[in-house]
Design a protein around this ligand. Structure first.
Ligand code: AMP
Length: 421
């Protein structure tokens, strides 16, 4: 049974705090204040009270909505700073996301005395084993490495009271669902389970039916809608012209591309584009599954700190990356799975910031665009068409400069392509 842990006498919420009103204890309210959060995001408002009540939850939300705090805060509240062995397991599809979740537990649980650790593949097992042996309260893990370490008898999940599956649809895409089920089977049945997914394909609904008990359902965006960057545009361009178009966009003052995450479909493509940008004196690096962990961290850090203007990534590598003030997501290649589009553009326009998504569509990618527009139920802007229409109406009008990337240097103003601030 999940114990409902409301505040005791010394644990009353700070009056006036919007987080306290959700039922969170004072140290957590102080921690979110220290993190600079003033008001809870919609998913936090919807989820926190029910998670505090011990309910299972199916959350349809993507990274960028504040969902990490939506599960981490009430879980920390349940643990209430009492150490007692491994009670929380969070599974995430990729290491970057796992690391971010671990960092969030660190931020919100500072001073609680609770020990957390993040384990993922691609790095040495030594420090992870050491942390497991030393004892943990909260474990954040990618499924493969966790199973490895479970196989070595280093992880005992029999005391888990809170299980979170984050980005479940991506775990499905990456073929992790069997691994996830093997792990879930090792946890007690009376645990509280929270499952988050940006999209809800049938397999995820099936998984939810299997592992959740009478869950509440929270969706902060309509299923498969995007996370609302201020504009989403598509440019029709042949494959061989994509690099030129990218360079023009990066060079376009009106578009004001401060920092761009560029997506390619393949690792090879990511390397190639990063190299070509480097050749054009644009600070860029590639991030994908073939890069070593230190190289990925270096690239991510360089991008976050603004040393790199462009990070070229494949879908899996970019999954869950949390980069504040990311002004642009550029789909150099359209993804062949429309759900990936939702994840990609969700990297910008996060936590209420503005941002823009620009997609390149070659003729052979038209079917992908159709799928994306069907899934997101929105027609992407066609700046080139808009520009051509205005040209036809008034060729000399400055507004006609809003038209596509073919002549970006001539444009002065582009509504909706603001820089994230
Ligand atoms: P997430 O969806 O959990 O990856 O969160 C996205 C970003 O929003 C992270 O940088 C969080 O630190 C930030 N964030 C989460 N909750 C809030 C909030 N209530 N107010 C402001 N920022 C938040």
């Amino acid at each position: 049974m999940i114990q409902k842990t409301r505040q005791g006498r010394n644990d009353r919420p700070t009056s006036g705090s919007a987080f306290a009103a959700l039922g969170l204890c004072r140290p957590l309210c102080a921690a979110v204040s220290a993190a600079g959060y003033e008001t809870p995001t919609p998913i936090q408002i919807e989820a926190i009270p029910d998670v505090l009540r011990g309910r299972d939850l199916l959350g349809c939300a993507q990274t960028g909505t504040g969902k990490t705090a939506a599960f981490a805060l009430p879980i920390l509240h349940h643990l209430a700073g009492r150490r007692g062995g491994l009670r929380v397991l969070v599974l995430a599809p990729v290491r970057e996301l796992a690391a971010q979740i671990g960092a969030s537990f660190g931020t919100y649980g500072r001073g609680s005395g609770l020990r957390h650790h993040v384990i993922f593949g691609g790095v040495g097992k030594g420090p992870q084993k050491k942390a497991l042996r030393a004892g943990l309260d909260i474990l954040v893990a990618t499924p493969g490495r966790l199973l490895d370490l479970m196989g070595e008898g280093l992880v005992d999940l029999s005391g888990i009271s809170h299980l979170v599956l984050d980005e479940a649809d991506r775990m499905l895409d990456m073929g992790f669902i069997r691994d996830v089920l093997r792990i879930v089977r090792e946890t007690p049945r009376d645990r509280q389970t929270l499952l988050f997914s940006a999209t809800l394909p049938d397999e995820i609904r099936g998984l939810a039916r299997n592992i959740l008990r009478d869950p509440i359902y929270v969706a902060v965006d309509p299923v498969a809608s995007t996370c609302a960057p201020t504009s989403q545009a598509v440019y029709f361009v042949e494959k061989r012209e994509k690099l030129n178009l990218l360079l023009r966009i990066l060079d376009d003052r009106a578009l004001d591309v401060d920092r761009a995450l560029v997506f390619t479909r393949t690792k090879h493509g990511a390397n190639k584009v990063a190299k070509q940008l480097g050749g054009a004196s644009i600070a860029a690096a590639a991030i994908h599954g073939n890069k070593s962990q230190p190289a990925r961290e270096r690239a991510l850090d360089g991008f976050k700190r603004g040393r790199l203007r462009v990070l070229v990534a494949t879908d899996i590598a970019a999954r869950g990356i949390d980069i504040k003030e990311l002004s642009h997501v550029i789909n150099y290649d359209l993804p062949n799975e429309p759900e990936s589009y939702v994840h990609r553009v969700g990297r910008t326009g996060r936590a209420g910031l503005t941002g823009a998504a620009i997609s390149f569509c070659a003729s052979e990618e038209r079917p992908y665009l159709r799928d994306i527009e069907r899934l997101t139920k929105r027609r992407l802007d066609r700046p080139e068409e808009a520009g051509q229409r205005r040209h036809a109406e008034s060729p000399a009008s400055p507004d006609s400069q809003r038209g596509g990337a073919r002549q970006p240097r001539q444009r002065r103003r582009q509504r909706g392509h603001g820089r994230a601030r």
